[in-house]
Design a protein around this ligand. Structure first.
Ligand code: DQA
Length: 267
């Protein structure tokens, strides 16, 4: 089994040796709501906090974004991933346009108030290129992502999404899709496995909804380096509470990696 490649933050693997890293979203609309979430989530020790800034009312106010990001990091001592999810890919509608979103991401990178950003592959190529430059110049990692909340595209489309993220210089390639049946989940896992064989960068892949639970718990076996779990609020269908996820992961890790303290087979 080819190991999943860890996501690096400041040169260190996110989550240490354990696979997968656990990411919990922050979905508060106001600074006060976000801090309530941080207070509830920090003791649960996820490896990364995803600040879903499309939920944040003050998204257009750069200083508020920077101050809040710094305060989240300080309160939780957990690295922060900044994500604006577009409406087309399952996010909230915004009061600001795409140019202002770019300006917000740029200001956050320059302030170095976050460790990672998530930007969608469907964005304008010039914007992806510009954000890649500014994130790299400031030492901020970049996830290039694709989400389909309606369905699971065919195998070649899934392959192409991972490949496009690599071509465009992503540090992490991410694909999240909606399965309609158990086969769709297998397609997502198979595409993840092919991408792991072909590309030399960390991947995140998710099949959403109840059917996709297998991908959240066992996707790391196929090459996905991180999984999203509920710390306090949910940001997508099918996310599992971090406590339940950890229980499931420890059972599977023990079985798959041979870490079980049980009697050796055959003895
Ligand atoms: O892209 C992802 C994955 C996700 O959609 C999920 O299914 O867990 C949750 C989002 O917050 C995140 O940005």
């Amino acid at each position: 089994m080819k190991a999943s490649i860890p996501i690096l933050i400041g040169g260190r693997p996110l989550g240490g040796d354990a696979m997968p890293a656990i990411i919990t979203p922050l979905v508060g609309r106001t600074r006060a709501m976000i801090f309530e979430e941080v207070a509830a989530i920090a003791p649960k020790k996820p490896n990364l906090l995803e600040w879903r800034i499309d939920f944040f009312e003050a998204i257009g106010d750069h200083q508020a974004v920077i101050d809040t990001a710094l305060a989240i990091r300080q309160a939780a001592s957990i690295p922060v991933l900044l994500t604006r999810r577009s409406v087309a890919e399952g996010g909230q509608s915004l009061a600001i346009d795409e140019a202002a979103v770019m300006a917000m991401y740029t200001a956050a990178c320059q302030a170095k108030c976050i460790e990672l950003i998530d930007y969608e592959l469907s964005s304008a190529p010039a914007d992806i290129e510009a954000l890649r430059k500014v994130s790299r110049a400031n030492g901020i990692g970049m996830i290039l992502s694709y989400h389909n909340f309606q369905m699971t595209p065919d195998a070649s489309t899934l392959d192409e999404k991972f490949a496009a993220a690599v071509r465009l210089g992503a540090d992490v390639a991410k694909v999240a899709v909606m399965p309609h049946n158990d086969r769709d989940v297998l397609e997502l896992l198979a595409a993840t496995r092919r991408a792991r064989e072909k590309h030399d960068l960390p991947l995140i892949s998710i099949a959403m909804g109840g059917l996709g639970a297998l991908s959240r718990i066992a996707g790391w076996i196929y090459g996905s380096s991180a999984t999203f779990a509920i710390g306090q609020g949910c940001s997508a269908p099918g996310q599992i509470a971090i406590e339940d996820l950890r229980t499931a992961l420890s059972i599977i890790r023990h079985a798959v990696l041979g870490e079980s303290p049980g009697t050796p087979f055959g003895s």
